[in-house]
Design a protein around this ligand. Structure first.
Ligand code: CMC
Length: 392
């Protein structure tokens, strides 16, 4: 036993060594495998970034082709897994639906569960990357009562996902290249963020040698919370609320500063960034362009910009080093693309999936990994004697 470091929220505890993602929170720097996020956002694609995160290097042309065709071959869901969706209520939140279906993959693919068999891990990796977009699209289709579409493997990953989400069997679906490119970019920006809450969850669950599907399913549920991935939905609800209240950002900021219960400036603040989140910078740059192309402008974007400007010049936010994070502008883009607010966090999960997989694989192959098992400071009763119920 001996001396225990008390660190609630693991603010100062390094629980893993990792070669995947580098963040300098004071400078606002983010790099995947050494490559600056700005360069990847400008030149790369989500599949290429997924490969980079998982295997450590940018793929050659042949490697990328092989990776892509392997993923394309696994996009179908087992017909029995499709029936799984019938069990949920129509208005179910898509995050628990996604998590449950990913958890269920470990019942359908019992041939690839051994965490120490390299070919098993490889097959599970491909199955996840291929099937999670299909599951995500079906969770959406279920919520609006439309039929599920089979994947079209002649399409790219993002295009296929958009078609399965918004397409109908009775008519051809025309993919909007601006929308597909924007979604691909957002997925790149979400692809990894070192030891965040959901990734730490994936590592912790995996440290018990639970299989990859089970670990990712747990990570999805960690992402669900409004302080983590759920913030993108919460930002939009906040902006709608301000709009409904007459668009007065000053009034809202006062409520935040007065620490009214449950009122935070959603999409602001970060455990690691004490500077502008570099992802938010890129998203803000593209939000204007994308929103004008897709939806012809947006009143909520105007409120968001005024809110940001107001907060960044206010002592409360300056003193606490609170800047916009990745979630501040994404919801507006997702909304313009036609996704309902409830669905935004699923898009975050699709983007974060390769990061979770990369961390799980790094964790499982690291000889220093031990089962995750934090200690505690016990504050309860010292010792008491049992009393029969008649004497209590
Ligand atoms: N609005 C108002 N005050 C805030 C906010 C905010 N968004 N964030 C932090 N603060 C205040 C907080 O009240 C505290 O003030 P005080 O010192 O007076 O008690 C101070 O700033 C430090 O905050 P903290 O809660 O100790 O910081 P943390 O590192 O534990 O929390 C956070 C980080 C992201 C959970 C938090 O900033 C937050 O709740 N933000 C809003 C939710 C959000 O946008 N989440 C998305 C994060 S980025 C993407 C992701 O990870 O999913």
């Amino acid at each position: 036993t001996g001396y225990i470091t008390y660190d609630p929220g693991f603010v100062n505890t390094g629980a893993a060594s990792s070669a995947i993602t580098y963040i300098d929170g004071d400078q606002g720097v983010l790099r995947y495998r050494g490559y600056p996020i700005e360069q990847l956002a400008q030149h790369s694609t989500f599949l290429e970034v997924s490969y980079l995160l998982i295997y450590g290097e940018l793929p050659t042309k042949t490697q990328l082709e092989e990776f892509t065709s392997k993923i394309n071959r696994h996009t179908l869901l087992h017909e029995d897994l499709k029936r799984f969706f019938d069990g949920f209520p129509r208005d179910a939140h898509p995050m628990p639906v996604l998590s449950s279906a990913v958890s269920a993959l470990s019942t359908f693919y019992q041939d690839s569960l051994d965490p120490f068999d390299q070919s098993n891990v490889e097959l599970s990796t491909i199955r996840l990357l291929a099937k999670v977009p299909t599951i995500a699209a079906y969770a959406y289709k279920k919520s609006i009562g439309q039929p599920f579409l089979y994947p079209d493997n002649s399409l790219g990953l993002v295009e296929n996902f958009l078609r399965m989400t918004f397409g109908l069997p009775a008519e051809p679906y025309e993919i909007d290249p601006t929308m597909a490119k924007a979604l691909d970019l957002l997925f790149i920006l979400h692809a990894d963020h070192e030891q965040n809450c959901s990734t730490s969850t994936v590592r912790l669950v995996g440290s018990s040698e639970a299989n990859l599907f089970a670990s990712i399913s747990a990570g999805i549920m960690a992402l669900f919370g409004p302080l983590h991935g759920g913030a993108n939905s919460a930002v939009l609800e906040m902006l709608e609320g301000i709009k409904a209240d007459g668009g007065d950002v000053d009034k809202f900021v006062e409520r935040v500063k007065n620490k009214e219960k449950g009122v935070r400036l959603m999409g602001f603040g970060h455990r690691v960034y004490k500077n502008y989140d570099p992802r938010a910078k890129i998203i803000k740059q593209t939000a204007d362009e994308i929103l004008s192309k897709i939806a012809g402008g947006d009143e909520l974007l105007d409120i968001a910009k005024r809110l940001e400007e107001r907060a960044l010049s206010d002592d409360y936010f300056v003193e606490r080093k609170l800047y916009p994070n990745v979630d501040f502008y994404t919801g507006l883009i997702y909304r313009a693309m036609g996704f309902p607010t409830k669905y935004f966090t699923v898009l975050f999960a699709l983007g974060r999936l390769p990061g979770w997989i990369a961390h799980w694989r790094e964790m499982i192959s690291d000889p220093q990994t031990k089962i995750g098992r934090p200690r505690q400071i016990y504050t309860g009763e010292k010792q008491r004697d049992y009393k029969p119920i008649s004497e209590r």
